[in-house]
Design a protein around this ligand. Structure first.
Ligand code: AMP
Ligand code: GLY
Length: 448
């Protein structure tokens, strides 16, 4: 029971959120990747859990939770599952349901409105859903980021002229969600102009590129910092670095991520202090000033240029595979932290992180990120002892665990050093096999 004052009238409310404090909870996690398996595992370790559900999940989540066959962007289906299984909290893994307004859908529904959703509403999700919005937000709140201008097909010629004022390489970004493919970095001015035209006039990335952000190229080394916020209070989660390219030495096509390391050795206390003062605080304050009630994760992609942080992008969710190294390092109860987000008392929650290093190496299907086959039987992963096996693109077919996506499993290990943790991950990988298995053998190569 708690009360709330509205227009001078004291309302006594008995909300579902309140009930959680006494009772164990049923939590639904939306998504199906390694990130969601990592969430499921961490939540399953909480004493506050009654039942865990994952929609749609994978073969790994199925072992520790109940998978539900439904799409996270089909909100009426999500509602049905929430009511059927007496769900008390929903944790959103990927960006699509957030950008499409799953949190707003809950708030607008009489039966769902008291069930907390961990993840921002549509207004906050624009930080990832629109590059133009996120750039405007950063400029408005004085958050360090690359200079930019935005263009549409009506201002194509101005866009070409703007490119002429910049030094190569040229950075072109589709405004909307483009499945991680909407950013082009080009060395040649003429190529940049013609790609701009492709994006604006010929819809190279569909609707997503009807507005294009052109920005200055940032030098430096990239890393990510994650924040969990209740809209006012925040916890800065462990930093991580991921390896996005398919090929060793960071070559070849971009992927969702081939491995990750946490903490990041070059993210010194001094640097992280700057990130907190120059980026995290102005971001949280900016959201409040703009009337955006943001409850969930903020993934801040940063460039470290000689010790100075600059924001490359915001995402409104955790990273994958970064989650597979960030969450295992968090020693506190994740349900308790999520209750802090829901009840806006995150500052009262205990939050501890192991100083140990975590590394993860992603096993992928041969061919990924281009065409690849599915349905290959995966063996040996049950024999892994020194690492945590997070399933990503896996499913169960005829009683066997088989591949079901490009990124198949993330193998996470701990160590006192990056080398020690990686050695364990690679030894564990030696036990695992499936047809056309591929992985990078050089995760962390630039850090050791
Ligand atoms: P984004 O989707 O904005 O994170 O961009 C994808 C990737 O492109 C980033 O992870 C960076 O590696 C790179 N990138 C994006 N913007 C810039 C920039 N302004 N300067 C240098 N690299 C960038
Ligand atoms: N690994 C990068 C991402 O999740 O966006």
């Amino acid at each position: 029971m708690f009360f709330k004052i509205r227009n001078g009238i004291v309302l006594y409310l008995h909300t579902t959120t309140q009930q959680h404090n006494n009772n164990k909870m049923n939590i639904l996690i939306l998504g199906s990747g390694g990130r969601e398996h990592a969430f499921t595992k961490k939540l399953s370790e909480s004493t506050k859990i009654n039942k865990l559900f994952v929609a749609p999940g994978n073969a790994g989540t199925n072992e520790i939770a109940t998978n539900l066959t439904l799409s996270p962007t089909n909100f009426p289906e999500v509602k049905k599952a929430v009511l059927q299984h007496n769900i008390n909290m929903v944790v959103v893994g990927p960006e699509a349901p957030l950008v499409e307004g799953v949190h707003d859908y809950f708030l607008a529904d009489e039966e769902l409105k008291n069930i907390p959703v961990i993840g921002p509403k549509k207004d906050g999700a624009l930080l990832e859903g629109s590059k133009d919005f996120s750039k405007q937000f950063m400029i408005k709140h004085n958050i360090p980021t690359a200079k930019y201008q935005s263009f549409t097909s009506a201002t194509l010629n101005e866009g070409k002229s703007f490119l002429e004022t910049l030094e190569p390489p040229f950075v072109l970004k589709a405004d909307g969600l483009a499945a991680g493919k909407g950013v082009l970095i080009l060395n040649d001015l003429e190529e940049a102009k013609s790609e701009l035209e492709e994006m604006l006039s010929n819809q190279k990335f569909g609707e997503a590129s009807s507005t294009v952000v052109i920005e200055e190229f940032l030098k430096g080394i990239e890393l990510s910092v994650f924040v969990l916020t209740d809209g006012k209070n925040y916890k800065i989660l462990p930093s991580a670095k991921d390896y996005k390219r398919i090929g060793e030495g960071d070559t070849g096509l971009n992927t969702g991520g081939m491995g990750a390391i946490s903490p990041v050795p070059f993210a010194t206390d001094d640097f992280l202090q700057k990130v907190e003062e120059l980026v995290v605080k102005p971001t949280i304050n900016g959201l409040q000033k703009d009337g955006i009630d943001y409850r969930g994760f903020i993934f801040i992609g940063l460039m470290n240029d000689n010790g100075n942080p600059s924001v490359v992008e915001y995402n409104v969710r955790m990273g994958d595979p970064e989650t597979e190294v960030v969450l295992p390092r968090i020693q506190s109860d994740l349900v308790d932290l999520f209750e802090g987000v829901a009840n806006r008392n995150l500052h009262e929650k205990s939050y501890e992180v192991t100083p140990q290093t975590a590394t993860t190496v992603m096993l992928v299907s041969g061919g990924y990120p281009e065409a690849y086959e599915k349905g290959k039987e995966i063996t040996g992963f049950n024999a892994v002892e020194d690492s945590i096996v997070f399933h990503a693109g896996t499913t169960i077919k005829e009683g066997k665990v088989v591949t079901n996506g490009g990124r198949v499993m993330a193998i996470t290990s701990f160590g006192d050093s990056i080398e020690e943790a990686l050695e364990k991950s690679y030894k564990s990988i030696d036990k695992i096999s499936f047809d056309k298995i591929n992985y990078r053998k050089d995760i962390g190569f630039d850090l050791v």
